[in-house]
Design a protein around this ligand. Structure first.
Ligand code: BT5
Length: 326
């Protein structure tokens, strides 16, 4: 939508000026397109969900933008240099992670972002399902190519949670917390989950796919019965409809800041915050990882992002698993 993007850019600027409106003549001469193309462009924008007012004598005025994953909206004023600069946005996908993985194998660049308005086979960890209804959340995957050994990669999951907590705070005022290794909680309900998938050799990561699912505008009734007691959304918690596009842009910016430092310094600058916002530190837990089951007290999160558990048989370092409070 080339012409529409030109119109939109001018309307967005116009929105800030005192008189407000922009005439079709002015749009036509500024963009160097005939009047008929301007009218078509305005209609196209309206079809995308942009609310554009026509004022007699004053021209067009932009009233509201749709909260949809339109690449132009995501790119507009996006303050990142790596994340989301290339982006693919879909109405429906099986899983953004699956597509991201394939694109990464085909050499997609670092920072490539895949978005879907809905997933039909959203994935959790270990073959579990992630419920991803249309327009209600942010279902995204990012392709990263950090030059790190695989053992450091789980730290990225914690970095992602941290960026998400920052953005949730920024955009809603809510204090979310992170539950090692991959959940974001508000109270004790899950508002977001992270799925990290790796392609790596023994000593070096080739690429990492960070999949993030954020429940944004679901109301209670939008959740299936099986999730009602354990899941929540930002709308439910803040009682306000949240702009997914604004939240997404804030998240990309916060994650990029953290990621750039993570690549050079690992978790060094973030470990304290990760510990501060963690729900598990100092708690008694049971942990299951594959067939292994452990019980103990959570003592620390180490520089790789692993959990340090004090068990009856001594200290254990755990890189992944399911944790339940006891
Ligand atoms: C996760 O798994 O929490 C990782 C979720 C990652 C989802 C994103 S969406 C974009 C990208 N593309 C994908 O295909 N996936 C990623 P896990 O810790 O295994 O949690 C899964 C469990 O959470 C399920 O078994 C349910 O009990 C619960 N669950 C499913 N959907 C949920 C939702 N929307 N909100 C809260 N809990 C949910």
């Amino acid at each position: 939508m080339m012409i529409s993007e030109g119109i939109l850019t001018l309307l967005k600027r116009g929105k800030k000026s005192a008189s407000g409106g922009l005439s079709a003549d002015l749009l036509s001469s500024s963009l160097n397109y005939p009047l008929s193309s301007i009218y078509d462009g305005i209609e196209e924008l309206r079809k995308f969900g942009y609310e554009i007012e026509t004022q007699r004598g004053k021209g067009y005025r932009l009233i509201s933008v749709p909260d949809a994953f339109i690449p132009f909206e995501i790119n507009y004023n996006l303050k990142t240099r790596i994340l989301g600069k290339i982006l693919y946005s879909y109405q429906t996908l099986k899983s953004t992670n699956d597509l991201a993985f394939r694109l990464a194998e085909e050499k997609a660049v670092e920072g490539t972002l895949i978005l879907a308005e809905k997933q039909t086979a959203g994935k959790g960890r270990m073959g579990r399902k992630w419920f991803s209804p249309l327009h209600k959340g942010i279902w995204l995957s990012l392709i990263l190519r950090p030059n790190i050994p695989p053992v450091k990669a789980p730290g990225l999951s914690l970095c992602t949670s941290l960026a998400l907590l920052q953005s949730i705070k920024e955009k809603t005022g809510l204090e979310a917390r992170l539950k090692w290794p991959n959940d974001c909680l508000i109270g004790n309900k899950k508002v977001a989950g992270i799925l990290l998938e790796l392609s790596a050799e023994l000593d070096k990561v080739d690429f990492v796919i960070i999949g993030v699912g954020i429940n944004v505008n679901q109301s209670q009734n939008d959740f299936p019965v099986s999730l009602k007691r354990t899941a929540t959304s930002l709308l439910i918690e803040s009682e306000k409809k949240i702009s997914r596009v604004e939240l997404l842009k804030s998240f990309l910016k916060n994650l990029e800041n953290i990621y750039v430092n993570f690549k050079s310094f690992g978790l060094k600058y973030y470990r304290e915050d990760i510990k501060k916002y963690s729900t598990l530190l100092g708690k008694k837990v049971k942990l299951q990882y594959g067939k292994e089951k452990l019980k103990g007290m959570v003592k620390d999160i180490d520089e790789n992002g692993s959990l340090i558990l004090e068990t009856r048989k001594g200290k254990r370092t755990v890189t992944a698993g399911e944790v339940t409070l006891i």
